[in-house]
Design a protein around this ligand. Structure first.
Ligand code: NAD
Ligand code: SST
Length: 389
């Protein structure tokens, strides 16, 4: 008997209106103490409010798993959606929307046909679920980050993982060994971005590398690049405190505090000096700001490569003739495909230690407070996580 292919992302099942129109969906009142088993979640809306909501706890359907989310990191994009209501021209906050896509948790219940998971299994949750249909060219060819029907939990309109009970397709969970904590499992998401970048950049053992930006993405890229054998590595940022953090994370990394008035050629000279006079072959750009992209371009040598992970303004200028006359390749990364298993192997094998990245921890009931800390640079957070023990 032939079996009809079913999309794992099935927007019918995960459609946000299923939650928003549900009679049990409501915004909690200020100061209200929710029941410890209520399915609370952090939602933002087009009025730039962030609040706790209570939403229904659903039962898993065929092929689905109910996960108790135990740790979720706040990403810059969560804060951006809350504060600015959009990223680019296609991701727009037009209704209440649940935050969070960096999560790990514990399986509590499985739906019909799910044989690979059982209650108690510990999992990292892949946040972007593509359709996986053979008729989808990106899914079929392994570049599923380009699937047009992806359900990316926490990117409007799909609600996020920063909740207590989350329904997920069984095929898009990744087993965490006992030695890997939920915090590390949640960090697999940003780490996956860096791993995709390292893989596609073609960085090799001993390659001199510049990383622009020492935020969470620059720092996971730093850990990944160190494990991949880049040397020397120079990392830049505008804030000395972030560079100091980078030095404790990866002893031996060279740092450069960039001043806002410096032009890209000036930054490039200082990068070369910081690298001990070695010419930089690869730059991994993790800010998305034009000034930093230009600095990366001027920092690499003839035939070098600038790999851009940072996201920024829709339109940016490029130093066209410098790129041309120096055969500099510029590449970009959009999320990731098939990086979670590699992330878990690298953690388990002791090649990277993501644990120090979590600087602030909050309970699920304190999620709104956690967002305010994540959004305030003065708090000095690297990664804020929300835990539900
Ligand atoms: N491509 C993807 O799939 C993907 C995935 C996740 C995040 N991102 C993007 O990666 C970027 C980094 O994310 P993050 O969470 O680390 O952000 P972040 O804002 O925490 O960190 C960026 C860092 O860059 C520094 N910076 C700004 N201008 C600089 C300059 N001119 N020179 C050097 N440093 C400078 C800032 O001080 C900050 O510390 C963001 O643009 C984010 O949107 C892209
Ligand atoms: O790591 C994944 C990224 O944070 C997402 O693409 C987000 O920026 C928007 O969906």
């Amino acid at each position: 008997m032939s079996q009809q292919a079913v999309a794992t992302s099935n927007p019918e099942i995960y459609h946000p209106s299923k939650i928003l129109n549900h009679p049990d969906f409501r915004v909690l009142k200020d100061g209200e103490v929710p029941s410890p088993t209520a399915n609370i979640a952090a939602f933002y809306n087009p009025a730039h409010e962030i609040h706790l909501v209570e939403k229904p706890k659903q039962s898993p359907g065929p092929g689905q798993v109910l996960v108790h989310i135990r740790a979720t990191g706040i990403c810059g994009s969560d804060v951006h959606f809350w504060k600015h209501g959009r990223i680019g021209d296609s991701m727009i906050v037009s209704d209440e929307c649940g935050a969070g896509h960096e999560s790990a948790g514990e399986v509590v219940e499985v739906g019909a046909g799910v044989t690979q998971w059982k209650a108690g299994d510990r999992v990292a949750i892949e946040a972007g679920v593509p359709c996986s249909l053979p008729s989808c060219e990106p899914c079929r060819t392994g570049r599923y980050n380009a699937c047009p029907d992806v359900v990316f939990f926490s990117t409007p309109p799909y609600h996020g993982l920063l909740t207590r009970w989350h329904l997920h397709p069984a095929a898009w969970l990744h087993r965490l060994p006992d030695s890997v904590s939920f915090e590390e499992g949640a960090l697999c998401e940003p780490f996956a971005v860096a791993l995709a970048g390292i893989e596609r950049s073609g960085l090799r053992l001993g390659d001199p590398l510049l990383i622009c930006g020492a935020g969470p993405i620059g720092l996971v890229s730093l850990l990944a690049a160190r494990a991949a054998g880049a040397e020397p590595i120079v990392i830049t940022d505008l804030f000395q405190s972030r560079l100091d953090f980078a030095k404790t994370l990866v002893p031996g990394v060279r740092t450069l505090a960039v001043e806002r008035g410096w032009g890209p050629k000036e930054v490039a000279e200082k990068v070369k000096a910081a690298a001990g006079g070695v010419s930089i072959k690869h730059a991994i750009e993790c800010t998305g700001f034009e000034a930093s992209v230009h600095a990366a371009i001027y920092s690499v040598k003839f035939g070098g490569q600038v790999f851009i992970i940072g996201a920024g303004k829709s339109e940016q200028n490029f130093p066209f003739m410098h790129l041309s006359a120096n055969e500099i390749d510029v590449k970009f990364q959009y999320r990731y495909a098939d990086q979670y298993p590699k992330a878990i192997r690298l953690i388990t094998g002791g090649l990277v230690d993501l644990k120090p990245l979590v600087t602030h921890r909050f309970k699920l009931e304190e999620a709104v407070q956690a967002f305010h800390v994540a959004a305030d640079p003065k708090q000095g957070a690297i990664k804020v996580q929300i835990k539900d023990e």
